[in-house]
Design a binder for this molecule. Structure first.
Ligand code: NAD
Length: 252
């Protein structure tokens, strides 16, 4: 099996990488890996998925956290022997999580957590359509559309619902909506796969983020967002349910 590593450049992450290489005796192939090991936090996972977004069908991700458990990070450094055994025996069970697909000016982009539209200085006005049918006009700091796994990230800070990761759906929330009698906003809205959200900004110089990436001050007439058929596969640590992650990170 060919491996690639995407890790934080700190001493601890480098040490874990070396230990795992010795344990699995793997060959490294950064261009065409079968397994991508991330060592760091959720942000490192997002970077790795972005790097290999065109090869997701053939790649298994193993995610190791160097701090406390994150949402995408299934393993801790103490699990190296377990990871080595799982990979050597091919005895892996994995989660598959869908990405969002964004279409802008005939270009496609993908996000595992969310896509946001925002304006750095001004209130952002947009028209929102679902399946080409007008839903509402918004005035807010921005619009956020998240995946089920992204629902515990930015979406959660915006008052969106935490979603079961297995639900094939995506969620729209507004960032600091400015409500008046003329512009009333809908609460966060969850749509099933197969639906399409189109956002047409009425404000110029909009910025778009997808996970940790930014498109700045683009000439954006509209953006179409769907739940993609592209999925990412994370080797599962059977000990960590969504409930335990929610308790560990948010409830205590
Ligand atoms: P980062 O990579 O440092 O991540 C910020 C925090 O978000 C970390 O604690 C990380 O563990 C957590 N996180 C990331 N994905 C998560 C998920 N799916 N569920 C639960 N927690 C998650 O920060 P960054 O480079 O600025 O952007 C990465 C992510 O940060 C974005 O995709 C976005 O979801 C999130 N973010 C949140 C806010 C907010 O909550 N106000 C604002 C901007 C960005």
């Amino acid at each position: 099996m060919k491996f690639s590593f995407v890790n934080k450049k700190d001493a601890k992450s480098e040490e874990i990488k070396e230990k795992l290489i010795n344990k699995v005796k793997c060959s490294i192939d950064e261009q065409n890996p079968d397994v991508v090991v991330t060592i760091g936090g959720d942000g490192t996972v997002l970077d790795a998925v972005c790097k290999y977004v065109d090869q997701l069908e053939t790649i298994l991700f193993v995610t190791i956290h160097t701090g406390n458990l994150g949402f995408y990070t299934e393993f801790l450094p103490k699990d190296i022997d377990l990871i080595g055994d799982l990979l050597k025996n091919g005895n892996t069970v994995y989660h598959t999580y869908p990405l969002l697909e964004l279409k802008i000016n005939h270009n496609k982009y993908y996000g595992l957590n969310e896509v946001t539209l925002f304006h750095n200085r001004h209130l952002l006005e947009t028209d929102v359509y679902i399946n080409d049918e007008f839903l509402m006009q918004t005035r807010s700091n921005g619009v956020c559309i998240s995946t089920p796994t992204g629902s515990t990230a930015y979406n959660k800070s915006l008052g969106g619902a935490v979603m079961d990761h297995e639900v094939e759906a995506f969620q729209l929330t507004l960032i600091a909506p400015f409500e008046t009698i003329n512009t009333r906003m809908i609460s966060p809205i969850v749509l099933s796969k197969g639906n399409k959200i189109t956002i047409k900004p009425l404000t110029e110089n909009v910025e778009v983020s997808y996970d940790r990436n930014y498109l700045q001050r683009i000439d954006l007439k509209e953006i179409e967002i769907t739940l993609s058929n592209k999925k990412v596969k994370f080797v599962k640590n059977r000990g960590h349910s969504l409930t335990s992650k929610l308790k560990d990170k948010f409830i205590g």
